[in-house]
Ligand binder design. Structure first.
Ligand code: ADP
Ligand code: MG
Length: 467
């Protein structure tokens, strides 16, 4: 009976839809006009019911008459609770004759370009930029977890527990680079796998377009072909309920078939407003890893690597200067490097400290109103009546040591510099010296009333400047 049904279904829908939705179905039993079929997942069942219910009713009617009924047996993935698949039986309602007779093939069954022939996967474009790789993705404290999880996924897509892998972090911190590197790595080692990179914005637009042109089915079918789905900036799905629903189905289907999903977002999943709870809960199935602002050392390494790959020589003191001046994100750092290179070639000048300061002028001016390290050092030096240079010098004179420690303490409180970077600004001291200074000042505030007042006065100055 079922194979007769399939015959009719095959004639009514596209080849790809048929392969995707009907070939995986197993007939289980036929008892008293009730045909039971087994489907691989809850999602499968929902999809069939949503899109093929009238077609199914028609074929059941043809084969089993008006008493005919269809029952689904669903293989339920119980996740961690049990390894054995369980089944749930869902009977369909009795078929009203009116529905049966009114079946017409729906618009969405129009053949898609992918359905008219067997798919040649070579034609599927991954949308990856080959210049993003792990080799040129500098590792540092700021990205270690995300990078190594990404590397594990790249080597064993779909089989690690990092599925989905969700990478989040602020703008310009390397999310797109990292997930594209994963995609490129997989593509290079498994050319037969269909890796797809898509921005969430494009995903939304494609979906809206498919609704307009009645091609939702093709849209879904296309995404269900994907072996590794990389979807960038999922915060963009926020508030787009219909698209989210589609993504939810695609996500479930791919995940259940052991396909790898990689996502990025500009904030942690718990802060993704306007995303459905059921989606968010699925994001937590795998691993969530963040990208932090690059620390001083990573910034140094990034500058060195970029200059090296461009074949440009740059003195160490300029690398250091740039690394500590631009501490926001990698994209901005790259921007500064580009303008530095441009100025060097325009003025036919070698890159040196002076040129670097010139190139950074506009950025430094931007932060004039902030409580930055320079301002803290100047203010503290004045307050304790020591010279600015002495804060950065080796001298261990008592009053200078105290002023230096206080300045470090405020640098920690009012700037986003890492301990390492603060140490660098104070004559190249290491981060443990900074920790010790901060601790010493805290202790003195607790024990020395006069000292406490001084600190409060300074604090007021910084707070009023910070606004
Ligand atoms: P996001 O997607 O988080 O906004 P991108 O991935 O676009 O950031 O990164 C911005 C720029 O910084 C890109 O040119 C990228 O190559 C570079 N970049 C980011 N992180 C690193 C890193 N760890 N090593 C080398 N380059 C990086
Ligand atoms: Mg990006």
């Amino acid at each position: 009976v079922w194979s007769n049904c399939l015959q009719v279904i095959k004639e009514n829908i596209g080849e790809q839809s048929y392969k995707t939705w009907f070939e995986p179905i197993r007939p289980i039993s036929l008892r008293d006009s009730v045909l039971t079929i087994q489907v691989p997942s809850q999602f499968f069942y929902e999809w069939l019911e949503e899109h093929y219910v009238s077609l199914l009713k028609k074929v059941i009617y043809q084969e089993l008459g008006s008493e005919g009924r269809l029952e689904y047996s669903i293989i339920v993935d119980r996740g961690n609770d049990s390894n054995k698949p369980q089944t749930v039986n869902i009977p369909t309602k009795k078929i009203p004759a009116a529905v049966v007779n009114s079946y017409k093939p729906e618009q969405s069954f129009i053949k898609s370009p992918f359905e008219s022939k067997t798919i040649d996967r070579n034609f599927l474009n991954s949308q990856l930029n080959p210049s993003y790789s792990f080799e040129n993705y500098i590792e540092g404290d700021c990205n270690r977890l995300a990078r190594s999880a990404g590397y594990a996924v790249a080597n064993k897509p779909g089989t690690t527990s990092f599925n989905p892998l969700m990478v989040y972090g602020g703008v310009g911190l390397g999310k797109t680079h990292l997930v594209q590197a994963i995609g490129n790595h997989i593509k290079n080692s498994n050319p037969d796998k269909f890796v797809l990179y898509v921005s969430s914005e494009k995903f939304v637009n494609q979906f809206i377009e498919s609704v307009k042109t009645n091609n939702v089915q093709d849209f879904a079918n296309f995404y269900l072909l994907v072996d590794i789905l990389i979807i960038d900036d999922v915060q963009f799905l926020s508030g787009k309920d219909k698209t989210q629903e589609m993504f939810f189905h695609i996500f479930n289907h791919l995940h259940q078939s052991g396909k790898q999903i990689v996502m990025t977002s500009d904030c942690p999943p718990r802060d993704l407003k306007g995303l459905e709870e059921r989606l968010l809960s699925r994001f937590k199935w795998g691993l969530t890893a963040d990208l932090q602002s690059p620390d001083f050392e990573t910034r140094m390494a990034i500058i060195q690597k970029k200059m090296q790959s461009d074949g440009i020589d740059i003195p160490d003191n300029v690398v250091e200067y740039l690394a500590y001046s631009v501490d926001t994100n990698v994209r901005e750092l790259e921007g500064v490097l580009i303008s530095l290179i441009a100025q060097s070639s325009l003025n036919r000048k070698e890159i040196d400290l002076e040129l670097a300061k010139q190139a950074l002028k506009h950025i430094i001016e931007d932060v004039e109103t902030e409580v930055n390290l320079d301002f803290i050092q100047k203010t503290v030096a004045e307050y304790f009546q020591v010279s600015l240079d002495s804060l950065k010098a080796k001298t261990r004179k008592k009053e200078i040591v105290i002023a230096r420690q206080v300045a470090m303490y405020f640098a920690k409180e009012f700037t986003s510099h890492s301990l390492k970077s603060i140490g660098y600004h104070f004559g190249g001291r290491d981060h443990s010296t900074v920790i010790h200074s901060v601790q010493t000042v805290s202790d003195m505030i607790d024990t020395d009333k006069k000292f406490k007042v001084s600190i409060q006065e300074l604090q007021k100055k910084f707070k009023s400047k910070a606004g």
